[in-house]
Design a protein around this ligand. Structure first.
Ligand SMILES: [Zn+2]
Length: 125
């Protein structure tokens, strides 16, 4: 089997993944800071209103964090497969994934053909 990527290309993708993961961890930290209960501003906003706003913020923050955590998991899987030596190989058809595609989406586990096939079978909503 011909290796899909040169080691220089793999290093470049690994750096992209590590930078992305660092960015996500920073965002999650920020989200969690924003989730702290807001100061009760007596007078301008009623207790009920304050509670409602607080719950809304939590829901939005919670969703973002879930998406970010999912992305971190995918980055972790990509880094693991680099260690195993099967990074950049399509999980469905076993063909190498194009470097340009990996560069745009380094966590991808599927080639363009299989991905669009999958999307046809699982249309978004
Ligand atoms: Zn494929």
């Amino acid at each position: 089997m011909t290796p899909a990527l040169t080691s220089a290309q793999q290093t470049e993708l690994k750096n992209l993944l590590l930078a992305r993961r660092q960015e996500l961890v920073r965002q999650i930290d920020q989200n969690q800071t924003q989730l702290d209960p807001p100061e009760v501003n007596a007078g301008s906003v009623s207790q009920d209103e304050n509670l409602r706003l607080s719950i809304q913020t939590r829901e939005i923050g919670g969703t973002l964090t879930a998406i970010e955590r999912e992305e971190i998991t995918r980055i972790g899987r990509a880094l693991e497969s680099m260690l195993r030596g099967d990074y950049g190989i399509c999980k469905t058809c076993g063909e190498p994934i194009a470097f340009a595609r990996l560069k745009a989406e380094p966590m991808t586990e599927h080639c363009v053909a299989c991905k669009s096939d999958w999307e046809k079978k699982h249309p978004a909503k």
